[in-house]
Structure formats: structure tokens, C-alpha cells
Design a protein around this ligand. Structure first.
Ligand code: NI
Length: 431
């Protein structure tokens, strides 16, 4: 299948941050075949997408999410993380079935596709049901079974969650034409004993699998760890060897300078979640310092119950704003830096070198943004417009792996009415 985006304003997000006017882009099967000079033969064979008045850019990567938590959206708000998680979220999650997770994931995917996200990095449970939703919808995702076990001990070979993680990874890593990859996800240091983290780490290493983990999200987590282990959460995980594996560390809100040196040494990606951190009053991660050190910082939404949406354009906006505001320095985190976090840096978090930029040979994970809106005019600077003026709802087309999954409010692979119907049944049953 060939598509030709005609006369687009292309924001490449490549190293030179090139913006190309009235540009044609040819897609062949799953990749970008040509930019600018398209042969007449290719033009004739391609399905044309008229893109004048529209902006073509790489699809966004949500580097930390829990997609099925859409089911808990606006359910338990305005409380601190520990109360929210242990008194409201965990008890309700216990009532979820695999079917609920499938529908909740589908709802999350619908929201992500409609606001320009083409890949997401997620940890949750009932992972087969999540993976099926990813497979059916056509989106790209790195998935992992989030595991918890506070018990100490040395033998976790019968641990149900760890066994599920291993089974899930073997079954789904590389599935759906490579759109699904797997990872291991020890939830956090306050839900997993050190011995358990080491067991999960060893299982992941055996399979050469990456790691997705919550790190140093709140002051409580930071101070408890100092009291209990005499070191910071990052140093604790470093000493356990977890960071030796390719790791995405969500939050890192309270990391110290020494911690950041360790994260840099181990080439860990920080998944920065500004909205979730603000809503739960967890704090503001030291992202300017992390970027200065050369740490890869990507952006995530976290779950929809601590955000309360999966709109990455909002995270781009917040990532650019909160550091300026809290440090009284308008030069911190430029529009281009915030956009890079949501695109190229997200691709690095996924370990994909052919994603996150509009460049020939890269995967055709692309979005079109409709510029014919009052808030885009006049268009003095497209990069600023994307970081400071764009809304998720401006996305009018979302393509993953060369397939159009969403266009002008319609889903090509998802039956919206069916998701609404099933969702209604779930909500009536659980709440
Ligand atoms: Ni999270």
C-alpha cells in the first residue's frame, strides 16, 4: 500500500529541526519511502491524502501510561498518592476482569489515537487482554505485567506475577508485525522487596528484556527509602543491578544530582509525567538538569486517573511551562525540546532507531494536524504552535506502521459504539 501526503507542512523533528513547506511525503507499506522528490510512477500508484493547510509530524510516544486506568477516570480525585493508590485505586482494580481491561485499553487507545499518540509504554495486569487490544487496534506499544511483592526471601520461582511476566514476554514480544514488544515491570520500590526486584531483574536479563519501573515519584517514597535502606531509590535500584538493563524510569521527581549521574551512566530514560506529578502534588522533576547531563527524557501521561486524560499535547505544553514557572527562568525547556521529548526521545525510550522523526526509511508512524483553526493563525513558528497552541483534538489523521487508524473523527479498526456499550456495562457493574 502506498500513500502520498501532498503539500504538507512537514515538521521533521530531525536533528536539524527542519520544517519543510508544501512538501510531498510518500509512504510505502510500513515506512517513509521518500520526502520531497517523488517519482511520477510512485505518485500515480499512491493513494493521495491532500495535506495543504495541515502539518505532518512524527506520531507522539507516550513513555509512561496505564491505559486501562481510563476506567477509573475522575473516580478518585484530589488526594495524595498514597491515599489515592492504597485506599481507592488498588481495591477497585481488584474487581477488574480481563474483559474490563480489554475495553479499558481500547478506550485508552481511542483517546491516544485521536490526540496523536502512535506508541505507548505501559504496565498493568491482564496483559493478554491489553495486548489483544493493541493487536486489534493497530497501535504500537511496549507492554509489561506490572508486578508487586513486598515479601522478602530468596526463592520467587513460584511467584504468580513473575511467572505471568515471563509467559507474557515470551508470547507477545515481537508480535503483531513487531508492533508489540515486551518488558518487565517491578512496580516500585515501595511495593517490591529488594529480593523480589532482583528476581524480576534476573528473569528479564535472561530474556534480554527491558525494564519499566516507577522511580522516586514522591517525597514519601524518597524519605522512606533513605530510612529503610540508607540510600535513595535510584541508588537502591542501581545497587540491585536493575539499571544495568535497558530501563525506562517513570517520574524521577525527587532524584538528586548523584542519582542523575547514575541514571546517565546506565543510560536510563526518564519518563517525565508533568500532569500526573502536579495533580498528585508529587513535585516537579529536575528535567532541565537531566537534559543538561545528556539523559534521555521522554514524556508520559501516567494513568488517566491521575491526569485525567491521555493527551500528550498537554504534557508537551506542561513540560515546557512548569520548569520555566517554578524556576523563574523562561529560557528553560524550549518548545523544540518539549516536542523532542514526545517524539525522538520517546522513540529512544522504546529502543527504536527508525521512529520519532520524519525521515526516509523510518517507520510510517505519523500524524496530521489541522492548521485551519483560529488558534494556529498566524503561523509565525510551527514548532511554537505545536508546543504552545496545539490541542490534542487538532489531530485529524493518525497513521501507525503505514496504516491509517484514525481520520477525521473516525476509527478504522475500532468499533466505537461497541466500546461505549461494553464500557457502560462495566461501569454499572463495578461502580
Ligand atoms: Ni504510573
Amino acid at each position: 500500500m502506498k500513500y502520498l501526503f501532498k503539500n504538507a507542512l512537514v515538521v521533521t523533528m530531525n536533528q536539524k529541526s527542519e520544517v519543510l513547506k508544501d512538501c510531498d511525503v510518500l509512504i510505502e507499506n510500513d515506512h517513509i519511502k521518500a520526502i520531497g522528490n517523488i517519482s511520477d510512477e510512485d505518485k500515480e500508484k499512491a493513494h493521495v491524502i491532500e495535506a495543504s493547510g495541515k502539518l505532518l509530524m512524527p506520531g507522539l510516544v507516550n513513555a509512561h501510561s496505564h491505559a486501562p486506568m481510563t476506567l477509573l477516570r475522575n473516580y478518585a480525585d484530589d488526594m495524595d498518592l498514597q491515599t489515592w493508590l492504597f485506599e481507592h485505586i488498588f481495591p477497585t482494580e481488584d474487581k477488574f476482569t480481563g474483559h474490563d481491561i480489554h475495553i479499558g485499553t481500547m478506550l485508552g487507545i481511542m483517546e491516544m489515537l485521536a490526540s496523536g499518540t502512535t506508541s505507548f509504554i505501559d504496565m498493568y495486569f491482564y496483559m493478554d487482554d491489553m495486548a489483544r487490544a493493541v493487536e486489534e487496534s493497530g497501535i504500537r506499544a511496549q507492554l509489561s505485567r506490572g508486578v508487586t511483592n513486598p515479601q522478602t526471601g530468596s526463592d520467587f520461582s513460584e511467584d504468580k506475577k513473575l511467572l505471568e511476566s515471563i509467559e507474557f514476554y515470551k508470547k507477545w514480544n515481537g508480535a503483531a508485525d513487531g508492533r508489540i514488544t515486551g518488558a518487565f515491570a517491578p512496580h516500585a520500590i515501595y511495593t517490591c522487596s529488594p529480593e523480589y526486584i532482583r528476581a524480576v531483574r534476573d528473569a528479564a536479563e535472561k530474556l534480554s528484556a527491558p525494564i519499566h519501573v516507577h522511580v522516586d515519584e514522591t517525597r514519601v517514597e524518597h524519605e522512606d527509602c533513605l530510612k529503610q535502606h540508607g540510600k535513595t531509590p535510584t541508588k537502591h535500584l542501581y545497587d540491585l543491578g536493575l539499571l544495568d538493563l535497558k530501563t525506562v524510569a517513570a517520574h524521577c521527581t525527587w532524584v538528586t544530582e548523584e542519582d542523575m549521574a547514575l541514571l546517565k551512566e546506565k543510560q536510563v530514560t526518564i519518563a517525565h509525567n508533568p500532569a500526573s506529578n502536579l495533580k498528585l502534588a508529587s513535585g516537579v522533576a529536575p528535567v532541565p538538569e537531566a537534559l543538561k547531563l545528556g539523559i534521555n527524557v521522554a514524556l508520559g501521561t501516567d494513568g488517566a486517573s491521575s491526569n485525567n486524560n491521555l493527551n500528550l499535547f498537554e504534557e508537551i505544553n506542561l513540560a515546557a511551562f512548569i520548569h520555566k514557572g517554578t524556576r523563574h527562568d523562561p529560557l528553560l525547556i524550549s518548545a523544540a525540546e518539549a516536542l523532542t521529548m514526545a517524539t525522538a526521545n520517546g522513540a529512544k525510550a522504546l529502543g527504536m532507531h527508525n521512529l520519532g522523526m520524519v525521515s526516509e526509511g523510518n517507520k510510517a508512524d505519523l500524524i496530521l494536524v489541522d492548521l485551519e483553526k483560529p488558534h494556529f493563525k498566524p503561523l509565525h513558528n510551527p514548532i511554537s504552535a505545536l508546543a504552545y497552541s496545539a490541542q490534542g483534538a487538532d489531530v485529524c489523521l493518525t497513521m501507525v506502521d503505514g496504516r491509517i487508524l484514525y481520520q477525521d473523527g473516525e476509527y478504522k479498526t475500532i468499533d466505537k459504539e461497541k466500546v461505549w456499550y461494553e464500557l457502560d456495562k462495566i461501569v454499572k457493574r463495578i461502580f
